[in-house]
Design a protein around this ligand. Structure first.
Ligand code: NAD
Length: 321
């Protein structure tokens, strides 16, 4: 089996390789060639940790495996380690033998950023100029960098409940040579694309903050109870998701579904747009919305890309097993 340690991954994995892997696996999911296994997530009653598994099988990509990991809230203060910890295990789909073990922490950030980038590539207006960010934490900087590569954006605007974190976004805008402006939520009407990436349990982005023609990528809501958008926005938008089951149970759509504003049939897998079986955006006025909940197959696809890159560059560690 091959091992690719966490420390090597930032030097191996590019945003472009992550984008390609995620776009392909979304396409395979919509074509019925790849599916995610039920997610396990447990409060283990130790260190206040949440631990679980996300797995799946991609017949097209010949990728089978799981990501194991979770959230250890005291890691940083007690051990100087990051609170999110995960590892991906890949298996040979022909024999069932383990084929690789790959550090999952940095990869998770890039695969999540790739998902909103794929949605922007396929659903945002081609003339999008202003990108708006709601959220300015760890993941927001990854989302913004990947998004900026999808359209010739001319300006970044941002809002965050904790304004002292906004310099994180300003730094990414500056890196890309773009102006950054901190705005109130009303100011989001200037945005052609909005990414939400907060850990909020109550809506921040309301219908009145969104202009016609905007594409919204909702990336923060990945658990029952979390919410970033007023549910009415889902009622007035054309809604896409990475996976419909997750979208309606733990994604942003959970609230609009629970209140009957939309039904499951109103949500389309983004892979259908990638495959050309759904036309995607139909007009310059339509609001498109992507509910990116984060699926195990994204992790496996990006991990498989990391293994290929590590082998190509001669840095994969081979062990007998
Ligand atoms: P972080 O802790 O670094 O940042 C949290 C962000 O949420 C900050 O901008 C903070 O100001 C904001 N926030 C906190 N409480 C808020 C509230 N009550 N209302 C509005 N904003 C609030 O976390 P992160 O690593 O950037 O992750 C952000 C979110 O993205 C989390 O909910 C995480 O679970 C989710 N996430 C989703 C995926 C996916 O695949 N969809 C992947 C990774 C992370």
């Amino acid at each position: 089996m091959l091992i690719v340690p966490e420390r090597q991954i930032p030097d191996l994995l590019t945003r472009s390789a992550s984008f390609t892997a995620v776009e392909k696996v979304f396409a395979a999911m919509a074509a019925g060639q790849a599916y995610n296994f039920p997610v396990i997530r447990e409060a283990i009653g130790h260190e206040d940790a949440l631990y679980g598994f996300k797995g799946g099988f991609d017949r097209d990509g010949h990728t089978l495996g799981l990501k194991a990991g979770g959230y250890w809230p005291h890691n940083l203060e007690k051990r100087g380690l990051i609170n999110h910890q995960s590892t991906v295990f890949l298996f040979d789909p022909d024999s069932g033998m383990i084929s690789a073990m790959v550090g999952g922490n940095y990869m998770t950030a890039l695969r999540t950023a790739a998902a909103s980038a794929v949605s922007i590539q396929h659903l945002a207006r081609p003339d999008a100029k202003v990108i708006g960010m709601i959220g300015a934490g760890h993941q927001a900087t990854f989302q913004l960098r990947a998004a900026l590569e999808q359209r010739p954006f001319e300006k970044v605007i941002g809002w965050n409940l904790h304004p002292e974190m906004l310099p994180n976004l300003a730094a990414v805008a500056e890196e890309a040579g773009l102006p950054f402006e901190a705005v109130e939520l009303d100011g989001m009407t200037e945005a052609d694309v909005i990414i939400t990436i907060t850990s909020s349990f109550a809506p921040s982005l309301l219908a009145q903050h969104v202009s016609p023609g905007t594409h919204i990528a909702c990336m923060g809501t990945d658990t029952k109870g979390k919410q970033e958008l007023e549910a009415a926005l889902l009622g007035s938008a054309t809604v896409f998701a990475d996976e419909i089951d997750q979208s309606i149970t733990l994604g942003e759509a959970q609230h609009a579904i629970a209140t009957g504003l939309i039904s499951r049939d109103d949500i389309t897998e983004i892979g259908a747009v990638i495959n050309g079986t759904h036309p995607g955006r139909s007009s310059a006025e339509e609001i498109t919305l992507f509910d990116g909940t984060g699926v195990g197959l994204q992790d496996l696809a990006v991990a498989a890309a990391v293994v290929d890159l590590a082998v190509e560059q001669g840095v994969a560690i081979e062990v007998d097993f």
